[in-house]
Design a protein around this ligand. Structure first.
Ligand code: FCX
Length: 433
């Protein structure tokens, strides 16, 4: 069996040749036009990023390295007795493009276990932060604090890095950093919400299983953790958090700086914060009526939100134009384990009604629930407070974003630096047409 590093070495050589060929022979080929609406509209629809880690088809949904959500869940190896695959297997898939064998995933599990231990100074920094600090801020601080561990930054300072070998140092950083993220996250959770009664790691458990164990939440939360971390690991790297991580890394910042930036990028209510917003919206509705609403009551609540100039959180998407398979997969988990949960019942009722309300607005390109619509309900079912949701999302995006920046270095992609135009220039462009 080839180890993950050797396998990557082989694949990096092949992909480098491909990229060189494309650039040399076809660098001038146009693959699209840019409109004023796209320039003003957050580059929506513009194909200006390159990644093989995942691809988001607007109608079919996400494919991780070419595999649909269902295929990933079916094909990746699972821990004994678990219904969901190892997150380590998803990491292997995103990194190498291959579904790992049991033996291949075992290598990653062993590496991750060996590298889990978080330096003590990180805990001291977290302990000294105000209890009011948001948990995702604490995670970003913890990751930033560990920057001094960066093998990449050290090698750069010692003039050891070349364009060709940069990825190997990045690989070291990724392997050192990723396994620590769920450990730190669980520590923050227990520190903030469980009176700092910490649960030591269980060396027998995998990435997701150990996270659930350290959180102190019983089965089947281990399987939900595995599932959630897989589902949100990547969305073709164009969302704010993944894009931020990629952009920061493009200036040859190490994995620690880059991921800390991505964690901050995830926080906004239109992105990672939408999980929290969606739950709040459902909770408000339930509180107001004190029962599952009728169709009319729910419709009225939607109109009240929209007429107040607010978005209905958990619906719509910047790229997807159809139902989100990541929503559907969590829905199936909910049907199996949360059938008696009132909030979950409300998610199902809303699924049938809200899209029809949003369809009244032709400007809304996707009326369907997105992944964040349901995650908060499931997190909350397991007793997790709302402001911790983005930390859970952060653990997921760490898997995909770190895979992405490893490949950014491997394929020697340059610093990101788009150009800007002024409004005046745009106006003149139109007048001159
Ligand atoms: N409720 C009300 N209005 C909505 C809407 C919603 N759920 N979704 C889109 N719209 C509105 C937009 O605000 C926009 O209005 P405007 O023309 O007055 O500016 C119009 O419809 C067109 O938007 P559209 O092109 O369909 O979507 P965008 O790419 O601009 O925005 C997001 C996409 C996701 C930001 C938008 O649908 C939204 O705000 N949804 C609610 C928040 C949410 O659920 N975010 C999570 C997204 C995702 F899963 C993630 O990245 O994490």
């Amino acid at each position: 069996m080839l180890g993950i590093k050797e396998k990557l070495k082989e694949k990096v050589e092949i992909q480098r040749e491909e990229v060189t060929k494309l650039l040399k022979n076809y660098g001038d080929v146009k693959i699209g036009d840019i409109t004023i609406a796209q320039v003003i509209g957050g580059m929506r629809g513009l194909k200006v990023l390159v990644t093989d880690i995942s691809y988001l088809d607007p109608f079919e949904g996400i494919r991780y390295r070419g595999y649909t959500v269902d295929e990933v869940l079916e094909k990746l190896p699972k821990p004994k007795g678990a219904e969901m695959p190892y997150d380590e297997a998803q990491f292997y898939l995103l990194m190498t493009g291959d579904i790992p064998t049991e033996e291949e995933v075992r290598e990653v599990i062993d590496i991750f276990k060996e590298k889990r231990k978080v330096p003590n100074y990180v805990y001291r920094v977290l302990d000294s932060m105000p209890r009011e600090a948001r948990p995702d801020v604490m995670l970003a601080v913890a990751v930033g604090t560990m920057q001094q561990e960066s093998v990449f930054a050290k090698a750069y300072a010692e003039n050891k890095i070349t364009k060709q070998n940069a990825w190997e140092y990045m690989f070291e950083d990724v392997l050192n950093l990723l396994p620590k993220i769920p450990m730190i996250a669980a520590y923050i959770y227990r520190l903030k919400y469980k009176n700092n009664e910490q649960i030591p790691q269980n060396p027998d458990l995998d990435f997701g299983g150990n996270f659930a164990y350290m959180m102190g939440i019983d089965k089947p939360y281990d399987d939900f953790s595995r599932l959630y971390f897989i589902l949100l690991s990547d969305h073709e790297s164009g969302n704010v958090s993944a894009h931020t991580t990629h952009l920061v890394a493009s200036a040859w910042a190490d994995a620690y700086y880059s991921l800390a930036a991505g964690i901050n990028g995830l926080s906004g209510p239109l992105h990672g914060g939408a999980t929290q917003e969606a739950l709040k919206w459902f909770q408000e509705l339930l509180k107001k009526l004190n029962k599952i609403p009728t169709k009319q009551e729910l419709e009225q609540f939607c109109w009240d939100t929209l007429n107040a100039g607010q978005v209905i959180p958990g619906y719509g998407h910047a790229v997807l134009r159809n139902k989100d398979p990541r929503f559907e997969t969590q829905l199936k988990f909910g049907e199996q384990y949360l059938a008696n949960d009132n909030l979950f019942k409300l998610v199902i009722v809303a699924y049938k009604i809200v899209p029809n309300i949003l369809k009244h607005y032709t400007s809304i390109k996707n009326p369907w629930p997105n992944v964040d619509n349901i995650s908060g309900t499931i997190h909350s079912h397991y007793g997790i407070p709302e402001d911790f949701f983005s930390v859970l999302f952060d653990i997921s995006i760490a898997i995909g974003s770190l895979s992405n920046i490893l490949w950014d270095r491997a394929l020697e992609y340059p610093i990101g630096r788009p150009r800007s135009v002024t409004i005046d220039q745009l106006s003149k462009f139109v007048t001159n047409k």
